[in-house]
Design a protein around this ligand. Structure first.
Ligand code: HEC
Length: 188
């Protein structure tokens, strides 16, 4: 019995020591913990624990702005996406649906895949997307580039289905913008 009790006593003693030690160790986790005055100095050569700081001002900014013909303001977008984003050109399900229609309506003259190009989608005016305007009659606002009228007007079932899908997809793309889209002016 004695031989078993001893390790238990030793273990309890160490546990107690550990708890005492733990209570006496001050842990500092966040980078901001080092910034306030009086915080422990990590490296003597960096006062306030700040390694580098940059403030830039060149000339009289206010005066220069007044003289400018054009002022362009840009935003830098972090590479990390903070929220869910909708990648419209990568929406294979959407383009498969559109291509299925193009197989019926365009295949006679074009390969369906050739006229179902994600980068044709006009993000500011989805109805101006090339695969909607080219086959649409001029009388209905299309360009009728196909010569033959494929869609006589906007009430064509296939035309209106694609137009509606694009409208929704574009809306979603602006609500959950991809990084490159976030740097462009939003249409709303
Ligand atoms: C009866 C034949 C025919 C059909 C059907 C047809 N097209 Fe065309 N399409 C043409 C011709 C001809 C051109 C002009 C020459 C070219 O660019 O190949 C053209 C051009 C285009 C262009 C290029 C427009 C531009 O500005 O350069 C697109 C996009 C297009 N068609 C999409 C479609 C789509 C989408 C469909 C089906 C919904 C369709 N076409 C159905 C014959 C057709």
């Amino acid at each position: 019995m004695k031989s078993r009790a001893l390790p238990v006593i030793v273990a309890v003693a160490f546990l107690g020591l550990g708890a005492w030690g733990g209570a006496n160790i001050k842990t500092t986790f966040s980078f901001m913990d080092f910034v306030p005055e009086g915080a422990p100095l990590l490296h003597e050569e960096y006062s306030g624990n700040i390694n580098a700081e940059a403030h830039q001002a060149f000339g009289d900014v206010e005066a220069v702005f007044k003289d400018c013909d054009l002022i362009q303001t840009n935003r830098f977008i972090n590479k990390r996406q903070e929220q869910d984003m909708y990648d419209l050109p990568a929406d294979t399900e959407l383009f498969a649906r559109i291509e299925a229609i193009h197989q019926r309506r365009c295949q006679q003259c074009h390969g369906a895949a050739e006229v179902t190009r994600p980068y044709w989608v006009d993000l500011y005016a989805p109805e101006e997307t090339l695969f909607l305007t080219a086959p649409l009659a001029k009388s209905a606002g299309g360009s009728q580039k196909c010569g033959a009228t494929v869609y006589p007007d906007c009430s064509d079932k296939d035309y209106s289905a694609i137009a509606q899908w694009l409208e929704q997809a574009v809306e979603r793309a602006w609500i959950y913008p991809r990084r490159d889209l976030r740097s462009l002016p939003s249409p709303r």
